[in-house]
Ligand binder design. Structure first.
Ligand SMILES: Nc1ccn([C@@H]2O[C@H](COP(=O)(O)OP(=O)(O)OP(=O)(O)O)[C@@H](O)[C@H]2O)c(=O)n1
Ligand SMILES: C[C@](O)(CO)[C@H](O)COP(=O)(O)O
Length: 244
């Protein structure tokens, strides 16, 4: 029994998945936002949503679209429903889109202690098991963390002419992936303080002086970014579909 003066019982923190999906895909040059480009017979984002829909224990999946986006509803009619929502409140940068998404989560009843997993819509090869690994590693962590991979290649710094300026020490360097998992209140404060320029959630948290946990991701958790990435992602999706 709780003590008589404990007030209403606190509920267990919930788990929300927030997908920034409001980018323009400039580098992918796909003739429109890359998240809607066809990939193995379906819009790219449909693969991401399928995988995330299979992660156990998730209370809500929120897809943050660009204001005025009609493509999503045209391409995936009927996707939204209980626990699967869209909010057309994306901003001019990824950080701004995530910030607006957190606001939408709060408006829908999420509270400061809830966990938010932010995942790029463009990482369409994500697998539920990798997300579960992150959740297991972070749910008792005081800060939170992210999927990432230790660098396997030698790291070069380039000069403006595309020549090597310097070879950097790769020891202890990791490439950040998503999802990235933090408490809603902490992440909202961190993004507010960091401004629109940070390229991932962890950077905003780091700027507060905290040290997010690095959780091993997977080489195949790639972000479709360049034109040639579509063929790679499609080949991998087809291989998976053909696997017994
Ligand atoms: N203003 C933005 C910019 C990006 N994103 C999302 O953030 C993810 C990762 O961003 P990135 O790969 O950089 O996508 P784009 O911004 O679309 O690509 P580019 O930078 O080449 O224009 C993508 O799912 C993208 O839709 C977003 O929601 N809002
Ligand atoms: C968040 C991210 O996927 C981590 O690698 C990445 O920074 C997002 O891509 P962008 O090109 O910085 O928008």
């Amino acid at each position: 029994m709780p003590p008589a003066d404990a007030g209403p019982a606190a509920r267990a923190p919930r788990l929300h998945l927030l997908l920034p999906c409001a980018g323009i895909g400039e580098r992918a040059a796909a003739g429109g936002p890359k998240q809607y480009a066809p990939l193995a017979g379906r819009p790219l984002v449909a693969h991401t949503l399928d995988a995330l829909g299979r992660v156990p224990g998730v209370d809500r999946l929120l897809l943050v679209l660009a204001p005025g986006d009609r493509r999503f509803a045209e391409l995936l009619p009927g996707w939204a429903g209980p626990g699967r929502e869209t909010a057309a409140v994306g901003g001019a940068s990824r950080a701004e889109t995530v910030r607006q998404g957190l606001h939408a989560l709060r408006t829908a009843g999420a509270v400061e202690d809830d966990w938010v997993l932010v995942h790029d819509a463009a990482r369409c090869l994500v697998e539920p098991a990798w997300v579960q690994r992150l959740i297991e590693a972070c749910r008792d962590d005081p800060v939170g963390g992210l999927l990432a991979l230790p660098l396997a290649d030698t790291l070069k710094a380039a000069d403006p002419e595309g020549r090597v300026e310097q070879t950097l020490d790769r020891r202890g360097k990791w490439a950040a992936q998503t999802p990235q998992m933090f408490r809603l209140g902490l992440l909202a404060r961190a993004l507010e303080a960091a401004g629109p320029g940070v390229t991932d959630e962890a950077s905003a948290i780091e700027a507060l002086g905290l040290r997010p946990r690095l959780v091993p991701g997977h080489l195949l958790n790639l972000k479709v970014t360049w034109p040639e990435d579509f063929a790679t992602a499609e080949a991998l999706l087809r291989l998976r579909a053909a696997a017994p």
